[in-house]
Design a protein around this ligand. Structure first.
Ligand SMILES: Nc1ncnc2c1ncn2[C@@H]1O[C@H](COP(=O)(O)OP(=O)(O)OP(=O)(O)O)[C@@H](O)[C@H]1O
Ligand SMILES: [Mg+2]
Ligand SMILES: [Zn+2]
Length: 387
């Protein structure tokens, strides 16, 4: 796939209608109700994490208000207004990044500009992104306009850090909190896009992409782009591992297998190979925990549990571990590794900490034997009665 295509995918699949915005149904419903009942507010505040649809929704609202057949909950997408809003060239829809305004003049002039009557649409829409970046002067200029908004003006503010927005500004806006997106929502969208882009990705790989994106659709789509590009469309678990700077799944499972069967030398050799191939020790640790978590959930809830599926790991491989190691051992190994995460957070050397954890897991069998021995001695002593 050409590099140019690869860069534009996240934009290419920007939702164009209210129903296309995945996972933000509450916001979409409230906005469409407002449009239907002619109660559109003059100022909205869209808050939420990065890449979950705030700017997209702001543009859709602008289209809904400006569309030739509008105000409408279903902007046509083909009229002059809709087309120009989609490619950011509509004279009455201004979209700016608040980080640009260092001094008072800038935004004051802009706000004066936008308060003129619209040129071609019914209303003017002013979309101000990252509004928390405004400086003191700019806030005042903005507040003044918000106190007496010109009747033809609609404001949409967007921010990822709403706690930095002045309460006086907040109180003049209707606020919408955009949610971070859940895995199935992201996977469904990715599947759709991958299909259109001619990429073949298995469901587990898509789940891992979605998980790596941490609930953000843009990040998920960007990862998908890269994955399709590096793999010529047929992305495998290995491609994703490489892209995420993670150890190869197969190597990792060998490491885990050796550790769980007490073969510390082989486990350490595998660990060395994982790290030498470029994976950071902390990442390997995360992967190990992820795998053990999968095994634990599988042992507890069965292979069909949604929680297992959502991990995006090969279930047949998890099942092999589940058959070999007892749930107690898996649990203890998990504890060892999460403890190691804590140590690293407190400054321990990640590689050394992980090596120690590997040896400790390999010796879990011995420890359990020892514990059993102690219990037997204790029982024997109790049986012998007090001296
Ligand atoms: N809810 C969603 N449904 C479908 N696609 C989405 C959604 N959210 C984001 N996207 C995709 O991610 C891209 C970026 O989305 P958008 O610009 O709306 O995010 P944002 O919330 O404004 O992010 P930021 O806070 O970084 O500005 C879009 O072009 C689209 O491809
Ligand atoms: Mg945005
Ligand atoms: Zn239209």
């Amino acid at each position: 796939m050409a590099a140019v295509d690869y860069l534009v995918i996240a934009r290419k699949y920007r939702p164009q209608t209210f129903t296309e915005v995945a996972g933000q149904e509450v916001v979409a419903r409230t906005l469409t109700n407002a449009i239907r009942s002619h109660r559109v507010h003059h100022a909205y505040m869209f808050t939420g994490p990065r890449g979950v649809g705030k700017t997209s929704m702001a543009r859709i609202l602008a289209k809904a208000l400006c569309c030739e057949s509008g105000p409408t909950t279903e902007p046509c997408g083909v009229c002059e207004h809709c087309k120009r809003i989609a490619d950011s060239s509509h004279p009455d829809v201004t979209e700016v990044d608040a980080a640009r305004f260092g001094n008072k003049e800038d935004i004051t002039r802009l706000l004066e500009d936008v308060s003129f009557a619209p040129q071609m649409a019914r209303v003017r829409v002013f979309i101000l992104d990252e509004v928390h970046m405004l400086t003191g002067h700019s806030w005042n200029a903005l507040l003044k306009v918000l106190e007496e908004p010109p009747p033809h003006m609609r404001f949409v503010f967007a921010t990822t850090e709403v706690e930095k927005v002045l309460p006086t500004v907040l109180s003049r806006c209707q606020r919408f909190d955009f949610r971070s997106l859940d895995l199935p929502t992201i996977v469904t969208r990715l599947k759709d896009i991958a299909g259109k882009e001619g990429g073949q990705l298995s469901e587990p790989v898509l789940y891992r992409v979605a998980r790596a994106a941490g609930g953000g659709m843009r990040d998920a789509q960007t990862l998908l782009d890269q994955l399709i590009a590096v793999s010529d469309g047929q992305a495998s678990e290995d491609d994703l591992d490489l892209l995420l700077g993670a150890a190869r799944g197969e190597d990792l499972r060998e490491l885990l297998g050796h550790a769980l069967t007490g073969a510390s030398a082989q486990a350490l050799t595998r660990l060395d190979a994982c790290c030498e191939s470029g994976a950071a020790a902390a990442t390997v640790l995360d992967q190990l925990i992820e795998h053990l978590r999968g095994v634990m959930l599988l042992q507890a809830c069965g292979a069909d549990a949604p929680a297992v599926k959502r991990l995006g790991l090969p279930i047949d491989k998890l099942q092999e571990f589940a058959n070999k190691a007892t749930p107690e051992k898996v649990l203890r190994a998990c504890q060892v590794l999460t403890g190691t995460q804590g140590q690293i957070r407190h400054g321990a050397d990640p590689r050394l900490a992980l090596e120690m954890a590997t040896v400790r897991i390999a010796r879990l069998g011995e420890v359990q034997d020892l514990e059993r021995l102690v219990q037997r001695i204790e029982r024997a002593e109790a049986g012998a009665g007090p001296r």
